[in-house]
Design a protein around this ligand. Structure first.
Ligand code: FES
Length: 172
């Protein structure tokens, strides 16, 4: 259903996307994890509302769905920033200096080294395991775009580029 002015609201768009995911897996028994993964991919995080909707449409209780999302660390229950920065801590990246990259990125964004989201909701930083591009180690992904063979200064530069884009968009 369209919003007041006949326009589809963001909420409605999200619901349509979620319905698409639920439909895709409707014939697969026990496909809760892929449903949650795709819902998170599309929505950025899993709100209580989203979890309730998934529970109702997969014949589960909210408690059962919560049980799954709190068991697996891949699921996010809080909103994320506009840019998602994933810092790889797999073996090759670790050997290549992932800790230094982490310190540089988090330091630049004024986050502690555990990552998290900046107060202006621009960046969320999280640690991930091998992203499958070890030849480019150490690597970070920003909004799924890979930036490899980094050192601390190059990593800060990557983040600064995304910050500049925001300033550029404001100025235009
Ligand atoms: S360890 Fe980082 S990409 Fe493989």
């Amino acid at each position: 259903m369209a919003g007041k002015a006949g326009k589809v609201t963001d909420e409605e768009k999200q619901r349509i996307a979620l319905d698409r995911v639920l439909k895709k897996y409707s014939k697969q028994k026990g496909a809760l994890i892929p449903v949650l993964q795709e819902a998170q991919e599309g929505l950025g995080y899993l709100s209580e509302e989203t979890l309730g909707y998934i529970a109702r449409n997969t014949g589960r209780t909210l408690a059962q769905v919560y049980g799954v999302v709190t068991f697996y660390t891949q699921f996010r229950l809080e909103p994320i920033g506009r840019h998602l920065v994933r810092i790889c801590h797999g073996t090759a990246c670790h050997v290549g200096g992932a800790e230094d990259i982490d310190a540089a990125v988090c330091g630049h964004l004024d986050l502690d080294q555990e990552g998290g989201t900046t107060p202006d909701m621009e960046f969320t930083v999280e640690k991930v395991v091998c992203v499958g591009a070890c030849s480019l180690a150490p690597i970070i992904l920003v909004d799924n775009v890979a930036h490899g063979r980094l050192d601390s200064e190059k990593a800060r530069k990557v983040i600064r580029e995304y910050q500049k884009r925001k300033q550029g968009a404001r100025g235009s």
